[in-house]
Ligand binder design. Structure first.
Ligand code: NAP
Length: 331
């Protein structure tokens, strides 16, 4: 599998990484057995897809534990682990403790890329803890990450969901920010407007997440009502119809469904499935280093791994860009 450097840095990632959010099972994705996780991890490794993205927050640590079990027996140097610290745990003492706990769950001595999951702001923190707390200092948080790096507990430092301003603030602390993990799919192209070009300018890699828009791009949904409620929480959908939505806005459902129908039409015209063409588009060399897709199904994973081997013809890229432009702008 093709590998790309994270911006100006020496960390190289395969163009498709495995999203591990569902591992360990939980409220969001439902139960997932360890044997399924073992099989998908083994399948990914067999195909050169050795970047596994997890977070302490995913299923309250169960994603990390499950990944740790699945990686047992695989030589550590063959694997790249992406981990994330919750912004609510970035006060220095807590950060060290939480990093140690992640290492124990992952059964490893180091995390290859350790990212701050969301910006360290009061606005983000409320989504990670019910505890009332003051906002940790950004300077102290990144200084602590540098200490963890000096002790080789963390090989590279990264961020996730950081705006251009927040990325600059993190870089100003002196930490080398290797990558910014951001939402990116045919139905979520907002990063193209500012943060993606800014990451490129600042020499950071971009890890696109939710390449299949949580599975919406993998199925021929004909109406909004057919899409599972948990997958309808983004700004594309009307918050008034879904108590899981936090954005409180009317959404852009007509544009989203029109774009989805067009993606299916374009995929069919090029002899592909919507999932296949969406993944090919996500890794098409638009400044994104790697794209993350979650799967707990070996058949789907094999299809996804095969999809990214062959590039998407430029006419298909242009058609998809055009078809998703309205949903993109409306966001
Ligand atoms: N940094 C952040 O804030 C952040 C936020 C969200 C996600 N992430 C990361 O990004 C990863 C990927 O995002 P995600 O898992 O939320 O969403 P996703 O990758 O867009 O979609 C995952 C869903 O797609 C389905 N799927 C996979 N391959 C398929 C195929 N070929 N055909 C049809 N359906 C298919 C999976 O079902 P099966 O299991 O049945 O294959 C699963 O339900 C996460 O696991 C996580 O590591 C990071």
């Amino acid at each position: 599998m093709e590998r790309r450097a994270c911006g100006r840095h020496d960390l190289k990632l395969p163009v498709l990484g495995l999203g591990c959010w569902a591992f360990g099972g939980g409220d969001y994705w439902g139960p997932v057995s360890q044997s399924v996780v073992n099989d998908v991890v083994c399948c990914a490794m067999d195909h050169g897809c050795n970047f596994f993205d997890t977070a302490e927050m995913y299923n309250q640590g169960a994603s990390e534990s499950s990944l740790g079990i699945a990686l047992k027996g695989i030589p550590r140097e063959k694997v790249l682990i992406g981990g994330k610290i919750s912004p609510s745990n970035t006060e220095p003492g807590k950060l060290v403790e939480h990093c140690e706990a992640s290492l124990r769950r992952l059964q490893t001595d180091y995390i290859d890329l350790y990212m701050v999951h969301w910006p360290i702001t009061a606005h983000s923190i409320v989504h990670f803890t019910t505890e009332s707390m003051s906002t940790p200092s950004v300077t102290e948080a990144f200084a602590t990450l540098l200490e963890l790096q000096a002790k080789d507990k963390v090989r590279h430092i990264g961020v996730s969901n950081f705006s251009a301003e927040k990325l600059d603030e993190a870089m100003a602390t002196g930490a080398e920010i290797v990558a910014n993990e951001l939402p990116y799919s045919l139905l979520m192209r907002a990063i193209e407007l500012e943060i993606l070009p800014h990451c490129i300018k600042r020499g950071a890699g971009v890890i696109g997440y939710m390449a299949l828009m949580q599975g919406i791009l993998g199925k021929p949904y004909a109406s909004v009502g057919e899409i599972p409620v948990m997958q309808r929480r983004t700004r594309h959908f009307d918050a008034r119809q879904n108590s899981y939505c936090r954005h409180g806005l009317p959404g852009a459902e007509a544009e989203t469904m029109a774009a989805l129908a067009a993606i299916h039409r374009i995929a069919q015209a090029h002899g592909m499935t919507a999932a296949e063409i969406s993944l090919k588009w996500a890794v098409a060399g638009n400044g994104v280093t790697t794209s993350l897709c979650g799967s707990c199904n070996v058949k789907n994973l094999e299809r996804n791994l095969a999809a990214v081997l062959e590039p998407l013809p430029s006419d298909a890229i242009a058609e998809l860009n055009d078809a998703t432009q309205r949903a993109h702008i409306k966001k």
